[in-house]
Design a protein around this ligand. Structure first.
Ligand SMILES: CC(C)(CO)[C@@H](O)C(=O)NCCC(=O)O
Ligand code: NA
Length: 633
């Protein structure tokens, strides 16, 4: 089969594809003209805090599920077998912890940007560092998300590369800037459904052509593509059960716990319950999406075996294989190739729109408003819209850089770990360690980022270098001669690290699935060390609504007196095991969303300092009196 004859679009394909773009824009227009007409930042950035769990859940799912995963997961399974599927295990803790720790914390603070938390807990400078790191992360990621489907489309169908990038960038900028978060969430819902149907269509037809899903599984099994559980605890192994299911938890926390795009969706929920529920609903959806990606990989293997389109030279990167496969099997089904292209674009659009809106949110609340606190609401909203537009143009430029990043799935997950990991670390430092101070937080973040880029770039270079300069047979020759050499000299080296690397090389070979955990841990450790050296914060000076008592929570069965000791002096609500944040002091906010920091923080601190310890006893005895006391403040 020659490439040129297979890859033709029919009118039906173009129509379906155009419908996606038109429908998305219509949703944007609808929310620009209905409801509050996007005239306040509360509506533009937080959908008026009026959403229910179902659209929020589908939107959460869509935020980090783009064409990168749709093309990358099947390619990964096709090449390396089903090991990657164990990532699904990480979704348990990776969604339960956000649902019960991060969501309640952020929701009760009534903030707009997660980085407001960093200012409440530490100081302005910490908030600024967090914001800038986040912007950096999302801008590189967006480049990758925009470029991946455009490149695949270009390579397989000859579709104009920059035409595709521009179409996506512009349509998305349009509906995001017009319709605000409501439009983003509802287009996400629609686009998620398109993603499901596109992949499902390919799986059904692909499996049918291969002789049924049982046959697909049999072929994969006979060729050793169905991996068992690899229980090797070595964190330097790229994929094992542990790297995926535990390393993956930290990646999920960085995304679902503290990433602004997701937190903004929790905050847009009507109630805290709805926000938590959306986390639960996203779990089965996430499993389904992962399963579909993996099965698609197996279906593809059933058709080509080891001699795939990449090996035959029809495409030149593994990420283009899926699209080649789709065009190959769907050629007799007019409209279905178009549905799959729509599916890829849906993945990209839903991710980029979330990124635009979250970037507009942090830039507005963290960078612009603190400088111009008396800005009118109309002006602030106009600037938010311009920001969404500006980021749209910026990410078009970033798409070029993405062309240098190699296999896209691993590149995306590495970005989550390299930049998202340190951000997760600074939030954990603030929430779980009451003694951490702002000097510690900033030094920790800087140390974490240095560590992240060192290991990330080191890993990238040391992995790529031999592959691009030496061909495969030379490597094989070298490695066989090396093995014989080592075997004849020192027998002990057989127990050496898995891939025989030492020193820095070994360090660089850390599995990318551990990047989030490793970098977050660096931030916490350095943060704590520096905090202890520069004067740790006293427990009673910390606002209990800003810290989470992990030890009290885990050791709930201990008597109250022991738990008090574990609290590091923080005055949590003593009457319940699950510390209630409701009655603690939440900073007041002006209607336009700016926190009234200077005044409120001063007062809070004073109140906590002057509160006599006896009051704790009073609270326990008389809940009603306590509520009265606090509401009268
Ligand atoms: C991030 C997870 C693991 C979970 O949401 C998955 O959606 C994924 O593999 N995303 C890859 C990046 C992307 O698709 O843009
Ligand atoms: Na998406």
């Amino acid at each position: 089969m020659a490439t040129s004859t297979v890859m033709r679009f029919t009118v039906a394909d173009y129509v379906i594809f155009a419908l996606l773009l038109i429908f998305s824009s219509v949703i944007g227009l609808f929310y620009a003209l209905s409801g509050g007409r996007q005239r306040t930042t509360q509506e533009f950035l937080l959908a008026g805090r009026s959403m229910t769990f179902l659209p929020v859940a589908l939107s959460l799912l869509a935020s980090f599920q783009s064409a990168v995963a749709i093309l990358g997961v099947p390619a990964e399974i096709y090449t390396f077998g089903t090991e990657y599927w164990f990532l699904g295990c990480s979704y348990f803790l990776g969604l339960l912890i956000p649902a019960h720790i991060f969501v309640p914390m952020f929701y009760r603070l009534k903030i707009t940007s997660t980085y407001e938390y960093l200012e409440l807990r530490f100081n302005k400078a910490t908030r600024l560092c967090g914001t800038l790191t986040f912007i950096f992360q999302m801008v590189i990621y967006m480049g990758l998300v925009l470029y991946t489907p455009a490149l695949a489309l270009n390579a397989v169908t000859g579709f104009d590369l920059w035409g595709a990038v521009l179409t996506m960038g512009l349509v998305c900028t349009l509906y995001t800037a017009l319709g605000g978060l409501k439009a983003v969430i509802w287009t996400d819902v629609f686009q998620t459904l398109v993603m499901f149907s596109g992949q499902l269509a390919v799986i059904i037809i692909g499996a049918k052509e291969a002789g049924g899903i049982g046959e697909v599984w049999r072929i994969a099994k006979n060729n050793g593509k169905i991996s068992g559980i690899d229980l090797n605890p070595d964190p330097f192994e790229r994929h094992t059960f542990w790297t995926l299911s535990f390393g993956g938890v930290f990646m999920m926390l960085a995304l679902y716990g503290v990433n602004q795009a997701q937190v903004q969706r929790y905050l847009s929920s009507q109630t805290e319950k709805q926000a938590i529920l959306s986390c639960y609903v996203v779990f089965p959806c996430q499993q389904l999406v992962l399963a579909m990606g993996c099965i698609l990989g197996l279906v593809m293997f059933a058709r080509y075996g080891e001699n795939g389109p990449l090996q035959q030279g029809y495409v030149n990167a593994s990420d283009q294989m899926v699209l080649y496969f789709v065009m190959d099997i769907l050629q007799h089904y007019p409209g279905l190739p178009g549905l799959f292209i729509a599916c890829l674009f849906s993945g990209a659009l839903s991710t980029i729109s979330s990124a635009f809106n979250s970037l507009a949110a942090v830039t507005m609340t963290d960078l612009v408003k603190p400088q111009y606190p008396h800005m009118t609401e109309a002006r602030a909203t106009l600037i938010s819209k311009c920001l969404a537009l500006g980021y749209g143009l910026l990410c078009l430029g970033m798409a070029y850089i993405a062309s240098l990043m190699g296999p896209v799935l691993q590149a995306a997950l590495s970005i989550f770990g390299i930049v998202g990991g340190p951000l997760l670390g600074i939030f954990c430092l603030g929430m779980f360690f009451p003694m951490a101070n702002s000097t510690g937080a900033i030094s920790g973040l800087v140390a974490g980022l240095i560590m992240a880029f060192w290991i990330g770039i080191g890993g990238f270079i040391s992995k790529r270098a031999p592959l691009s300069f030496v061909n495969a047979t030379t490597i094989q020759n070298i490695s066989t001669s090396l093995t014989t050499a080592t075997m004849t000299t020192v027998n002990l080296t057989t127990v050496a690290p898995s891939n025989g690397l030492t020193g820095l090389k070994k360090f660089y070979s850390l599995s990318y699935m551990w990047y989030s955990g490793h970098n977050a841990a660096t931030v916490v450790i350095v943060g704590l060390l520096v905090s202890f050296l520069t004067g740790p914060v006293k427990g009673e000076d910390v606002n209990p609504s800003l810290v989470f008592p992990v030890l009290r929570y885990l050791l709930f069965f201990l008597p109250e007196r022991c738990k008090e000791k574990l609290s590091c002096g923080v005055r949590y609500h003593p009457a319940s095991n699950e510390p209630s944040l409701q009655h603690s002091l939440v900073p007041t906010k002006e209607p336009n969303g700016v926190i009234n920091n200077d005044v409120t923080r001063g007062e809070e601190k004073q109140k906590f300092a002057s509160e006599p310890p006896m009051e704790v006893e009073i609270r326990k005895e008389d809940q009603a009196a306590e509520i009265l006391q606090e509401t009268s403040l």
